[in-house]
Design a protein around this ligand. Structure first.
Ligand SMILES: Nc1ncnc2c1ncn2[C@@H]1O[C@H](COP(=O)(O)OP(=O)(O)OP(=O)(O)O)[C@@H](O)[C@H]1O
Ligand SMILES: [Mg+2]
Length: 249
């Protein structure tokens, strides 16, 4: 983790309208610049809610979301990737990728360049003019990631982005994501149900549990990224996370 946190969630409290108990109360989490943090936890514990608050989609009742990097007119501070890609069927791949660019201080030429750059990053340059229904599930996911990267976010928030794709595509997307993350230097908060996925991807794994939700376990994964696919060490870290999770559900 890089020294200074780039995103700080501080003392967040949140209750859905009409709900009898809060999802969390006084929840805090800091993520360093270019750190990769994975969040795991039982269904309904509040993982997606945390990402929605961190992304600004919904507002916490109390507490703050602080992004430590100065806002630039050509970038957004945060971008969210959903489980299902969320492409608009009436827009081409390039037009979908451009969605987040509206409102940024970019010329048409700069926008075109951005789109070309991120499509290249996810290895889909030749699909710019296709329609979403002409893509495979894994390609849809990669466009969702490209769209988020196009705004050059300081923090990329990902909510189970690979859960809807088959195991082989998933492995491939994981490898690609690490490569993209290393190239882009963005911080990532990645929610997943899959502990092995968390251990492969993350610098640090957070286990959420309890109600109201809190961080019940935190595991740093110091394994060399080049060795992660077949590291015995990695399964040790995954086991320790699984132990903390079993205790919760
Ligand atoms: N729009 C909503 N209105 C009311 N309650 C909601 C709403 N969205 C989620 N909840 C409730 O808030 C709690 C946290 O939901 P959240 O979606 O954050 O869980 P999660 O950890 O992402 O679960 P999963 O792993 O199943 O995706 C759950 O109890 C859920 O039922
Ligand atoms: Mg969720």
């Amino acid at each position: 983790m890089t020294d200074k946190p780039v995103v700080s969630l501080r003392n967040l409290s949140f209750t859905y309208p009409g709900a009898t108990s809060p999802v969390f109360r006084d929840f805090s989490l800091s993520v360093g610049g270019s750190e990769f943090v994975a969040i795991v936890g039982g269904s309904g514990v509040g993982k997606s809610t945390i990402l929605r608050i961190a992304s600004g989609l919904i507002k916490a009742e109390s507490g703050t979301v602080e992004i430590a990097i100065a806002k630039e007119p050509t970038r957004r501070r945060r971008a969210l990737v959903f489980q299902d890609g969320r492409l608009m069927p009436w827009r081409t791949v390039a037009q979908n990728t451009a969605l987040g660019l509206e409102g940024l201080a970019l010329s048409e030429a700069e926008k075109t360049r951005r789109i070309a750059d991120v499509l290249a990053l996810v290895n889909l340059s030749d699909m710019a003019d296709r329609w979403p229904h002409q893509l495979s599930g894994g390609q849809v996911q990669r466009i969702g990631i490209a769209r988020a990267l196009a705004v050059k976010p300081d923090v990329l928030l990902m909510d189970e982005p690979f859960s809807a794709v088959d195991a082989m595509t998933r492995r491939h997307l994981q490898t690609e994501l690490v490569r993209i993350w290393q190239q882009s230097g963005t911080a990532i908060i990645f929610v997943t149900h899959d502990i092995d996925e968390a251990a492969f991807l993350a610098d640090r794994i957070i286990v959420m549990g309890d109600s109201p939700a809190r961080i019940v376990n935190e595991t740093t994964v110091p394994v060399d990224r080049d060795l992660r696919r077949d590291s015995q060490d990695l399964s040790r870290y995954a086991d320790s996370v699984a132990g903390a999770l079993d205790f919760q559900i």
